[in-house]
Design a protein around this ligand. Structure first.
Ligand code: SAH
Length: 506
């Protein structure tokens, strides 16, 4: 039986939060995701890791995959029995050729569903502070394309009716014809001083908005070098923007920060920064790799039941530990009677994901804290397993051994720098478009320093270094760099608060 199906999903305008709940659910069940240029790739994170991802948008200097090929791809994948998420920017049925894709599927008897999305015009209006209709001024609204099939040359628009018969006009794909659009509207009776807003990259931190009267906007957009994707909103309602704007005057709007960790690990920090309007770029300086030699680790795991306790110090360590147990065919029962010691609340949380609750989570979650509490409980003659990274401090094994314990400390994962990421970070620093790099721990600085060595000095240019607290600042200064900002309390909340103050106008 063929049970394949296509979901035509509106990805929304850019801000990942504007995807619908239904769209997210469909992504989660998909076997294949076929996505466009304007669908935010961050949304692919809702798909399962094994889901195939096919990009059919345009890429640098190249055209997008022809529509006929996309249609055929949808039929082929669903025809093979797969669940296909067709992710399109904005709403699939607004200037997105979604209708053509649906018709082709119908023709080939492929079942489909359409999941609407927030269309760019509506989103741009909301994020620019422009109510599209207003009881006092405007009671109608039209969505238009400024770029029709070449042979039609916009001739199918009835300029006379558009210019005088409608309130707000939203043009999609109108940037290259902006001058002509404005001229036609004025020629057919629209007031030359009608306010216009051009909104580029709406709902994203790089959103840019320019407003001017109908007879001036084309010139100003050209002078500002504004390019697609942008929507053009024409009408009296644009005047409300000055009073109602809220997004592009958030405290950190227009600022761009680098966080040198994977997005998944920086999620809270990213959310806090984005709530203040900032653009965040997450590039990890290190990646997790397996040990060069598994033997010591496997030998320890083979006699797991003989340990008094296992000391786990990081989320990565937890994942590697349980992953290796599974690989060796050991299930949780192999840990029966073994105490689980978790260093730090994050590590504890990760352990709980595996259905185990740690026996000890030291109050002070630095290595010193663990040692202190274990010594207080007495370790003499007890045997501990301390699976660790290749660069871990020796404090835990040394102190426990000194107190009469036996400690096995096999390497369970390594962190390695990747060349590709180094090039990305170098490029960002050289472009001079980064306002600051945010360091949320000493290791985030150490890893960056290790990545570039002495070159970091020259690369830094005008990019500021922000630090979460005294330990991290100490590490940064030790290497001869200046710390531009450190909050009073070492929490992410306080760091973001300090950043907001830092950029406040004097
Ligand atoms: N189906 C989409 C529109 C696709 S046509 C939707 O409903 O939004 C592509 C056009 O959409 C672009 O040329 C631009 O006019 C507009 N657009 C899409 N995303 C945008 C964004 N984030 N900011 C401004 N305009 C955008």
């Amino acid at each position: 039986m063929n049970s394949g199906k296509v979901y035509l999903i509106g990805a929304g305008p850019g801000d990942p939060g504007l995807l619908t709940v239904k769209g997210r659910d469909c992504l989660a069940l998909a076997d294949v995701v076929i996505y466009d240029y304007l669908a935010n790739p961050v949304l692919l994170g809702y798909a399962r890791p094994e889901t195939e991802q096919i990009y059919v948008g345009k890429s640098r200097g190249q055209h997008s995959v022809p529509q006929e090929e996309i249609n055929q791809l949808l039929v082929d994948k669903a025809g093979a029995g797969l669940q296909v998420a067709r992710l399109k920017g904005g709403d699939p049925y607004v200037f997105g050729r979604g209708g053509e894709e649906a018709a082709f599927l119908r023709q080939h008897q492929i079942p489909f569903e359409v999941v609407p999305g927030v269309t760019a015009g509506f989103a741009a209006a909301a994020y620019a502070g422009i109510p599209l209709t207003h009881r006092d001024t405007t009671t109608s609204l039209a969505l238009l394309t400024g770029h029709e099939r070449p042979e039609r040359k916009l001739s199918s628009l009835d300029w006379q009716k558009l210019a005088t018969g409608l309130g707000t006009l939203i043009f999609y794909m109108g940037m290259s014809n902006l001058k002509m659009i404005c001229e036609q509207l004025i020629k057919h009776g629209r007031a030359a001083d009608t306010p216009v807003a051009v909104i580029q990259w709406a709902t994203l931190p790089r959103q840019r908005t320019l407003t001017a009267p109908l007879n001036k906007i084309a010139e100003q957009v050209a002078a500002a070098g504004m390019e697609p994707p942008a929507v053009i909103i024409i009408g009296e309602v644009v005047r409300y923007r000055e009073e109602l704007r809220w997004y592009d005057n958030l405290p950190l709007f227009g600022k761009r920060f680098l966080i040198t960790r994977p997005r998944a690990q920086a999620a809270t920090f990213v959310a806090l920064l984005q709530a203040q309007g900032a653009e965040t770029i997450c590039i990890p300086t290190i990646e997790i790799a397996t040990p060069e030699d598994w033997t010591p680790c496997d030998q320890s795991l083979a006699r797991l039941g003989g340990y008094h306790g296992v000391i786990l110090t990081s989320a990565n360590g937890v994942e590697a530990f349980f992953g290796r147990m599974k690989h060796l065919g050991l299930d949780l029962r192999a840990l029966a009677g073994v105490k689980i010691i978790a260093v730090g609340p994050k590590t504890a949380k990760e352990i709980e994901k595996y259905g185990l609750s740690p026996d000890l989570v030291p109050q002070n979650f630095r290595a010193e804290g663990v040692v202190e509490e274990l010594l207080a409980a007495g370790v003499d003659g007890k045997r501990f397993l301390y699976p660790r990274t290749a660069i871990a401090r020796e404090l835990i094994p040394d102190s426990l051994t000194a107190a009469g314990a036996e400690v096995d400390a096999p390497i369970i994962y390594r962190t390695i720098a990747t060349l590709e990421k180094r090039d990305m970070i170098r490029h960002l620093l050289e472009s001079g478009e980064l306002d600051a790099i945010c360091f949320s721990s000493s290791s985030t600085f150490d890893n960056l320093q290790a990545m570039f060595g002495d070159e970091l000095k020259t690369l830094q240019g005008g990019t500021k270094f922000f630090s979460i607290g005294p330990l991290t600042s100490g590490t940064i200064r030790k290497h001869g760099f200046e710390v531009a900002l450190e909050p009073e309390q070492s929490t992410l909340d306080d760091l973001v608060g300090a950043m907001v103050d830092y950029y406040k106008e004097p």
